[in-house]
Ligand binder design. Structure first.
Ligand SMILES: Cc1ncc(COP(=O)(O)O)c(C=O)c1O
Length: 395
């Protein structure tokens, strides 16, 4: 028997994360000695703040190195609820909180715990790659809501309403958005909540980039009265505290749903790493001053990147209002040998040695994602190369 014939069918419903694939291709070239500029990775270039690292070292020295509660230590769950309450005015208790192995794990557990085969899940386009695969894995049906780049890819309640059916189980909102950087206004988010809550549809708010908003104060839709019944928060410490490798995320949701997720988690990962949990307590409970410093630096880079992209003839870009990604339309370069975002990204990496993520991964084909969570020096060099690459294709 061929090995592939033995692989379970449900695995064929998912594909390898394109964002991870780009990093792997860029890594391979780098190992071959090529000077690659990596705009693919969606992770802060800042080190984890020193107080957080110290908390982990202390945890090791104090032998906090054993199993913890599968759903996270009471201390961390308490601290996460307190942080969310201080930041956004929500009122979660530890029984409504689950600590997970990164935000991705929270989303995986949530969707597996909620979605039955045939249930419809509404996902605005462009979307973060993982939603689609995780919904497919659960046997759910992705219902994509197209947005317009001329409106900054913003989704609204009317667009979502047109896609609701008797089978709609969940609406996913990611604001600020990966990849487009679009940010929903509080009023529009409230309209979406009103739409879903009156039909008993769950609303998942992916707050991975919630602290990286360039205009106005961040908010959580979970702070609205009655929101706790149908809103589920997927949170992550990865980007907020430059902790991508520590793998700590969380979910805030009604206690029965948290219980269902915990059941699944107890048979898969068990607890998130004990040491990382101690570091996470310090992250959410300790000083928060690293966050506005990172945001100020991202804003500087965003302004630079957008200005440079807009100066490339034929390239258009909606101004990102949050997160640390630019999502330019590069279709001006299509024609000749390049027909889509995948071919564009491959040629850019092979010829100009710049790694970006093809828009195809996020559900649009005219765009590529540029992460500006990298130094100004690298941004300057990479944008020079991108400019020359596109110029060369057009001439
Ligand atoms: C929109 C979004 N949600 C969730 C995550 C998950 O982050 P992590 O699993 O690293 O905590 C990411 C990571 O890139 C993301 O972009």
């Amino acid at each position: 028997m061929q090995a592939t014939a033995e692989i379970a069918e449900r695995i064929s419903t998912i594909s390898v994360s394109s964002t991870l694939k780009v990093s792997a291709d860029a890594d391979r070239l780098r190992r071959e000695g090529v000077d690659v500029i990596d705009f693919g990775a969606g992770e802060p270039d800042f080190p984890t703040p020193a107080n957080i690292k110290r908390a982990a070292v202390e945890a090791i020295e104090q032998n906090f190195t054993k199993y913890t509660n599968a759903g996270g230590t009471p201390e961390l769950r308490e601290a996460i609820c307190a942080r969310h309450s201080a930041d956004f005015g929500t009122g979660y208790s530890p029984s409504e909180c689950l600590v997970t192995v990164g935000g991705k794990h929270a989303i995986f557990n949530l969707i597996q715990a909620l979605v039955n085969p045939g249930d419809e899940v509404i996902i605005p386009v462009p979307y973060w790659v993982t939603y689609k695969d995780v919904v497919n894995y659960a046997g759910g049906v992705c219902v994509f809501v197209e947005t317009d780049e001329r409106n900054g890819f913003e989704v609204n309640a009317a667009m979502i309403e047109r896609h609701l059916t008797a089978r709609t189980k969940l609406v996913i909102i990611n604001s600020p958005s990966n990849p487009s950087g679009s940010v929903l206004s509080k009023e529009e988010f409230r309209r979406i909540f009103e739409l879903t809550s009156k039909r008993d549809i769950f609303l998942m708010t992916d707050e991975c980039y919630c602290k990286f908003v360039y205009d106005g104060a961040p908010f959580s839709i979970a702070a609205l009265p009655d929101a706790k019944e149908t809103v589920v928060v997927a949170g992550s410490l990865s980007k907020t505290y430059a902790m991508t490798g520590w793998r700590i995320g969380f979910a805030l949701a009604p206690a029965p749903l948290i219980g269902a997720m915990l059941k699944l988690q107890s048979h898969s990962t068990s607890n998130p790493t004990s040491i990382a949990q101690k570091a996470a307590v310090e992250a959410v409970h300790g000083p928060q001053d690293s966050v506005p410093l990172m945001l100020a630096e991202y804003r500087r880079r965003r302004d630079f990147v957008i200005e440079r992209l807009r100066a490339i003839p034929g390239v258009s870009i909606a101004m990102p209002k949050g997160a640390f990604y630019a999502y330019p339309n590069v279709s001006v370069a299509y024609g000749g040998g390049i027909r889509n975002s995948l071919e564009f990204s491959s040629a850019l990496l092979a010829q100009a040695h710049v790694a970006v993520v093809p828009g195809e991964a996020f559900g649009t084909n005219d765009h590529v994602r540029i992460s500006y969570a990298t130094s100004m020096h690298e941004l300057e060099r990479g944008l020079d190369r991108l400019d020359q690459f596109i110029g060369g294709l057009r001439s």
